[in-house]
Design a protein. Sequence first.
Length: 243
Amino acid sequence: MIVDEVARPEAVVCARGSMFLISYVAGVDIQVLEGALVEVPTADVTGMDRRAFGEFVGPRGELASYAFGWTTGSDPHVARTSIGIGAGNPGGGTFHAVIFANEDGHAFSLTDEPFERVPQGGPDLTADQSRAHEDLPFVWWVTDHVMQHDRRAWWMRHWLLGTTCIQTLEVFERREPVLRISHDADDGVWQLIGPSDAGASTGKVGHLHHAVDEDPSLIDVLDLPPGRSAVRAGVGKYWTGHL
């Protein structure tokens, strides 16, 4: 369940290479369609402002548009999101919230400050207007699915949480691509390994989101649950999962 201040930290094994993601809940078709990703350097050129857009289609054809974004180099790590429903209809509007780390997951808090305009949205709603809106549970439901199934949201979540990873020296220094990624069951540590034997290399600690900054093709496996790993034959090749 998602309420105003707290969101559940679920992840779904759903590594896809396409820009069209479909999830199935209780046998019902729910679609999360990834749209544009806009990346712009910050004014001081110390980070990157990222904004991801997409569309949601519910099991009975309910429509919503969304946007979420984060700015690398900012402190504290707080992201933002906008969910729009009911364009052109009475009661339609755009809901805005901040997203922040909460224990081992993330949480949401409604805000008065608009973030982005989205196609299905209407007037920008304040936090109080959003809390009083009869469709707020639907909006949180949409947000939950977006965080679970939009690959850019996985990337953002690792930035929010500051997820660390161990990389071989060759991968850390960008002399080799990542061909194997694993998420350990015992301690939750992520490992990034290239063609060289990991046992013969010196491990380096870094942040998982920085590895994706350097190699965006890692985005497809950022939802690996603990105890799982994925491998590929080379950059641009499909990832395959292993127990």
